[in-house]
Design a protein around this ligand. Structure first.
Ligand SMILES: Nc1nc2c(ncn2[C@@H]2O[C@H](COP(=O)(O)OP(=O)(O)OP(=O)(O)O)[C@@H](O)[C@H]2O)c(=O)[nH]1
Ligand SMILES: [Mg+2]
Length: 362
């Protein structure tokens, strides 16, 4: 055999080996999700396989859209109004009034809009009426108000599993869809994910979640229609612990923030989720950005009831105006961690305050 033939054979063998490892990794991940458990050696093998699968471009998340590209009308509405307020080289009292009105129209809320404009004016050098300075001051003020939040999604720091992320919110805000998108993202990153079908109100809710489980190779634990949601979440956490899963994403039924009974039920779910092997490291309030300032009232009630750790703001691709980001964070001190910009699996992006503020002025 000539050296050239040997080289070709070695390359072919290497390619075949990599292909086999990737196929085994995919099968193994799927069967693990279905069968659970395994001994110490099995778990070690699973970890090794996870590492290989993480590098497999076939399982990588689809490219996420940028926040700016997908803000849609949220960006256009506010950016248009601000551009018209700052259109002349010098700015007057009327221009500042126009800016305040633009912020209010964009759902920032009356008091926060006035505060922002007051603080921006104070930033502008004394005696200056230059529009360029005013724009820079407003951007700096918005950026400062939105910065300083930890937007990461927390996991347990005691080295144990699983961490539980609980999703709460009123009807139709996008809880189940957000869980599906996140399950895919986290699975693609190598986490073993269990979905808890804590919305037992309608059988269709669990079916919807099951579809997302299928797409993301996650395991799902569901109960009968009308079952106690807390017990379904408890079972999911124990099932996750037995499988040594990293994450439980717990769905809950949409509920009126004004209903005491429904909020008490949610408090029970939150408590029971930690009765066994899990720790709730995130309670994410899913808010529909198109509901504007009503979102703030919802956020207040849910935060009081279940100690919300972050907000997922959905439907920012639609007719939402986006200012709710500013008021939720300013008035409640709860960070917006993720933004939903569509119905597809990749339409979930991390919130980035600089990108958001830049987009509003671009
Ligand atoms: N345009 C757009 N639609 C979204 C987004 N997120 C969710 N949706 C859609 O909103 C609708 C409701 O989403 P669900 O995930 O079922 O909402 P939910 O909060 O689970 O609803 P309930 O379980 O009934 O409380 C669906 O049609 C989703 O496809 C988003 O970011 N953008
Ligand atoms: Mg749902």
């Amino acid at each position: 055999m000539t050296p050239a033939v040997v080289v070709v054979l070695v390359v072919v063998a290497a390619v075949v080996l990599v292909a086999v490892v990737v196929v085994v990794a995919r099968r193994r991940r799927r069967s693990r999700a279905d069968a659970g458990g395994g001994g110490a050696v099995g778990q070690l093998a699973d970890r090794v396989i996870d590492r290989v699968a993480e590098r497999d471009p076939g399982t990588a998340a689809e490219a996420s859209p940028s926040l700016r590209d997908r803000l849609g009308k949220a960006r256009a509405a506010l950016a248009g109004s601000l551009a018209s307020a700052f259109e002349k080289p010098s700015i007057s009292e009327d221009s500042w009034t126009e800016v305040t009105e633009a912020l209010i129209r964009a759902d920032v809320g009356l008091s926060v809009s006035s505060e922002i404009v007051g603080a921006a004016r104070a930033r502008v050098a004394a005696g200056s009426d230059e529009s360029a300075q005013a724009v820079a001051a407003l951007q700096a003020e918005l950026r400062e108000r939105l910065s300083g939040f930890d937007r990461s999604l927390a996991r347990r720091d005691d080295g144990r599993r699983p961490s539980v992320w609980l999703f709460v919110g009123v009807n139709g805000t996008g809880k189940t869809t957000t869980i599906g998108k996140l399950a895919k993202r986290e699975s693609d990153r190598g986490a073993l994910v269990v979905l808890a079908a804590g919305d037992t109100f309608r059988a269709a809710a669990a079916d919807q979640l099951a579809m997302w489980a299928e797409r993301s190779s996650a395991h799902i634990v569901r109960g009968a229609e009308g079952a106690d949601p807390a017990s379904v979440v408890f079972d999911a956490v124990e099932s996750a612990a037995a499988r040594r899963a990293d994450l439980v994403l717990a769905d809950t039924a949409g509920r009126f923030h004004t209903s005491q009974n429904l909020m008490s039920e949610l408090q029970k779910v939150r408590r029971v989720a930690e009765k066994g092997s899990g720790v709730v490291t995130e309670t994410l309030l899913v808010l529909d950005a198109t509901t504007g300032q009503n979102g703030l009232a919802q956020a207040r009630q849910f935060t009081e009831a279940v100690n919300v750790t972050g907000v997922v703001l959905t439907k920012l691709d639609g007719s939402a105006k986006g200012g709710i980001v500013v008021s939720v964070q300013t008035e409640l001190g709860v960070p917006v961690k993720l933004v939903g910009v569509g119905e597809g699996v990749a339409d979930l992006v991390p919130f980035d305050e600089s990108e958001f503020v830049d987009a509003l002025f671009a």
